[in-house]
Design a protein around this ligand. Sequence first.
Ligand code: GLC
Length: 481
Amino acid sequence: MKIAIVASEGAPYAKSGGLGDVMEALPSALSRIEGNEVVLILPYYKKIKDCPKYQVEQVCHFDVSLGWRNAYAGVMRLLNGRDKVQVYFIDSEYYFGARPGAIYGDIDDGERFAFFSRACLDALLALEYIPDVIQCNDWQTALVPTYLRAVYGQQFPNTKCMYTIHNIEYQGWANAGFFDDVLALPWEWRGCLDMNGSVNVMKAAIETADLVTTVSETYARELMYPYYAHGLDGVLSAASWKLTGITNGIDTDTFDPSRDPALPAHYDSSTLEVGKAQCKAALQEEVGLPVEPDVPLCVMVTRLAGHKGLDLLCYIARRLLWEEKVQLLILGTGEAHYEQFFKDLAREFPEKVAAKITFDLGLAARIYAGGDIYLMPSKSEPCGLSQMNAMRYGTVPVVHATGGLRDTVPPANERGEEGLGFTFQSYNGDDFMAALKRALALYNTDREAFRALQRRDMSQDFSWNKPAKRYMELFRQMLAQ
Ligand code: GLC
C-alpha cells in the first residue's frame, strides 16, 4: 500500500511532545509491513536545516496558492534516513527556515500550517506519488482532508484520508477572515470550516476525513462528552460512525532497560532487582537525594501543564511528605507557577524532594529506570506514552483512569495481584492520595509482590506491532468504502 503521512513534527528531526514520538515510530512500523511504501512529510524547520546530520537534496519546487498570494515551497528529500521511510521536508524560508524560535507559538501559526497542509498535497503531485492513503495529525495538518476534497479531488481520485486526533485541546481556531485571506477554498466550503462564526480547522477535518481516529479507545469514547471534547462533542457525536481509537505504542528499541545507553546499569525482568537498585542509587546521587535503597522513590517526567494533573499533586504533596517515608522527583518544564511550586517544595524538603526544571532526555531515561513508582494523575490523557516507558523500565504507575491511561494501566488490587498499576477513578486529590498510598503500602509491606508487579509491567508488549496492524485494517476499510 502507498501511504503518505503528514505531520508538523516527527522525531528525531523535530519534536515538542508525544506527537513527535508517534511520528517517528508509526511510519517506521508501517514501513516494516510487507508491501507498504511509506512517505513522511514534515516542515523544514530552521533547526533541521541547520543540523549537519541531515543530508538533503531539493527535488522540486512550486508556488502554493494562499488566498491573495502565492508562496514558494521547495521539496527536500532526506538522503540519509534511518529506515525504509522516505522523509521529505517542505522548505519555506518565510514560514519555517528563518524562524529561530520553537516550532510552534508564532502569531501566524494558522497561516504557516495552512501553507504546509496545502504544500504537502502539491508535493505529492510534484513527486508523482499518488498514495492510497494519507494519514494526517492534529490541527496543524487538519486542512489536508478538506483541501483533498475541495480542491484536489481530480488529481487524487482514489486517495483516502485518515485524520488522527492526538489532543483535542488545540483545534486551530482563526477568525472568519482567515477563510478568504488564507485558505483559498471555494466559498461553498465556508460552512464546513465555520464554527460559531470563526474558523475551526479540526472541525472541518472531522467532517471531511474518510475515517477519524484518536490515540486510545477510551479517549475515543470520552470525546463524545463536553467535559473532554472542548466544544467538539456534537461534531464528534455526529461523526461517531467513523471514529475509532487505536492505542499508541512506544519505541521499544529506544526504550529498553537492557541496553539504553543513558543508564548506569542494565537489566531485564530477570535481573530487575539488582539492576534497578543500581540505577536507583545512581539517580538519587545524581539529583542530590539521600541514597536510600528502601525509601520508595516516586517520580514524574512531564510537561508542567495543568491537564497533567499537577493540581492534585500540589494538593497532596505536603501531606504526603509529612505522613510517608518517600522521596519525590520531578523532571519537566512548563507553567511558571508549577515550576515555582516544585522548586519551593524541594527547598522545604531537601531530604525528600528534588525538582529538575529542565528538559533532559538522558535524565528522563534514568528516572524511568531508577524510580519505584511513576505518578501520572492527568486530568485527561489522549494516550500518554510515559506511563508505558515507566512500565517498560519496571516502574509501577499510579494513574488517573482516563483516556489512554485507563487502557494501558489496568488496576492492580491492594495485594498487587492482576493489573499493572494503581488507579483512581474520580479526579480529586484524596483519591489520588489513596491510590498512591496503596502503591506505597505494597512497596513497604510486601516487596516480593511489588517486584512481581514490576516484572509484569516489564513483560507487556508496548511495541508498535499491534497498533500498526490496526492502522492497516482501518486503511483497508477506507479503501473498501
Ligand atoms: C499528545 C497527547 C498524548 C499522546 C500523544 C501522542 O501529546 O497529549 O496523550 O500520547 O499526543 O499521541
